[in-house]
Design a binder for this molecule. Structure first.
Ligand code: ZN
Length: 476
């Protein structure tokens, strides 16, 4: 174990705390995953990337076999139903929903693998856990924390005295702020749906608590059911985006704690900040809505494709709790950095452990911007010092932004620029010969030919001997 202690900011207590797992042999983390109705956008990628770094760090500290990371797939949802009806109008609704969710989940896995992220230990799907959700609904009704009304099961919010602790909202405030019309079947404006009746054509399962009409779960209950089944009634870390604190996480907590009679659902609650694109909120109408797939395989953002690890490194340039502005400049800078690092560490043997300073700042609530500046410092000595180069490589591998790539591997989308190195070398030799013979016209012609192949030349004069040495690279 490293000397430094892992500290994490806990939304529940609003402070940074030393992390102490319930069982160091079995560290357990749950992160809310995608609702599979559309390709994941770059805002969706942020929690996935942030918690991948935490997963890697936990594996480093406690051992890979002692960490369980569950990230769910939401495959039952109103947005899914609507999108399936729109895209596959001719199909029976339940088949259309299956087709949409299977295709979208496959696309999500493809996107995640291009980013070089570790797969979670478990990836439970909501529709595989209906029985657990039904059981939770029944347990909550039995315990007096939920009630049946008009074929719905509703959580009775006033039955939980400390509801609202995570978001810091008091019940009175919520009532005063509620301007929406309250459904007649709700006893209290804050009560939320655990189960609801299905309309014809919607996915439907036998309902809990004696309800005759087949129905389907509300959104929040699935995470309580899946986390409870796979990680236990109380586990270590629960994560997600800031936008999930209320109502989703607040309601997960209410369901799990009241069903299991526990003081907490998870000990540490972590939330990543919002993401904007070029200073604007991302939206379809502004035309700045960008998916992971578009970033890595199309030339829609900054006129070029970006390597998945460049995307990941760019994301780590801001601290996870801070808002992030996603810009072309940020990506371009990350690409240059990763290419520079690759030139230093490609072919070098990785050290047994990452650089202690890098590890130290990551242990301090995942301070990735500080890790980046330390990495730049190490890189300065890595050119001359193989120990530093090995530590740089091990540190990049810990972050999951580098494995064994060559610099040019990060230059994706420039396939037409692939060049034959021996041809480049012979053209450079011919150009040098022309220059020696003072045939500058011929030398310029050869240089222009190389330029058209996408090759940039750099002439360096050795100050001692005056001899010119020409190096080259394929243009970024
Ligand atoms: Zn959730």
């Amino acid at each position: 174990m490293p000397d430094a202690t892992l500290t994490l900011y806990n939304t529940l207590t609003r402070r940074k705390e030393a992390f102490a797992p319930i069982d160091a042999q079995s560290v357990r983390m749950y992160v809310c995953g995608p609702t599979v109705y559309d390709r994941a956008h770059i805002g969706n990628a942020r929690p996935i990337i942030v918690f991948d770094v935490l997963f890697r760090l936990l594996r480093h500290i406690y051992g890979a076999e002692h960490v369980t990371y569950a990230r769910n797939i939401t495959d039952v949802d109103d947005k899914i139903n609507a999108r399936a009806a729109e895209r596959f109008a001719a199909m029976p609704p339940v088949e259309a929903i299956r087709k949409l969710t299977v295709e979208t989940a496959a696309g999500f896995h493809e996107d995640i693998s291009t980013l070089g992220l570790l797969p979670p230990t478990l990836e439970p799907r909501a529709t595989d856990h209906i029985a657990e959700m039904v059981a939770l609904c029944e347990a909550l009704v039995k315990a007096g924390h939920a009630y049946v009304a008009e074929d719905h099961v509703l959580f009775d919010v006033p039955s939980m005295p400390d509801y609202g602790r995570l978001s810091g909202r008091a019940l009175g405030e919520m009532e005063a702020g509620a301007r929406v019309e309250v459904e007649a079947y709700k006893r209290d404006v804050n009560d939320f749906v655990l189960w609801k009746p299905s309309k014809p054509g919607e996915p439907a399962w036998p309902s809990p608590a004696g309800i005759k009409t087949p129905g389907r779960p509300g959104w929040h209950i699935e995470c309580s059911a899946m986390a409870g089944k796979h990680l236990g009634e109380v586990f270590d870390i629960h994560g997600g985006g800031l936008d999930l604190i209320f109502p989703h996480h607040e309601n997960e907590i209410a369901q799990s704690r009241c069903a299991h009679g526990t003081p907490v659902m998870a000990n540490v609650w972590m939330h990543n900040g919002f993401l904007q694109v070029e200073g604007e909120k991302m939206s379809k109408s502004l035309g700045n809505f960008i998916t992971i797939n578009e970033l890595v395989s199309q030339k829609l953002f900054g006129g070029q494709q970006w390597h998945g690890k460049v995307v990941k490194l760019a994301m780590l340039g801001a601290h996870y709790r801070q808002p992030m502005d996603w810009t072309v400049a940020r990506l371009a800078q990350a690409k240059g950095t990763l290419m520079d690092f690759a030139r230093l560490v490609s072919g070098v043997e990785a050290a047994d452990a990452p650089h202690p300073e890098v590890l130290g700042v990551l242990m301090d609530d995942l301070n990735t911007p500080s890790a980046m500046s330390i990495l730049h410092g190490i890189a300065k000595s890595a050119a001359r010092n193989t120990v530093a180069a090995g530590q740089l490589k091990a540190s990049l591998q810990l972050l999951g932004v580098y494995e064994a790539e060559r610099a040019e591997d990060f230059n994706v989308g420039l396939e037409t620029r692939e060049v034959d190195a021996s041809k480049v070398d012979s053209l450079i030799a011919a150009r040098n010969a022309a220059r020696k013979a003072k045939d500058f016209k011929e030398a310029d012609r050869l240089r222009a030919g190389l330029d058209a192949m996408g090759v940039t030349l750099k002439d360096d004069r050795d100050p001692a001997t005056g001899a010119v040495e020409t190096t080259w690279e394929v243009k970024r």
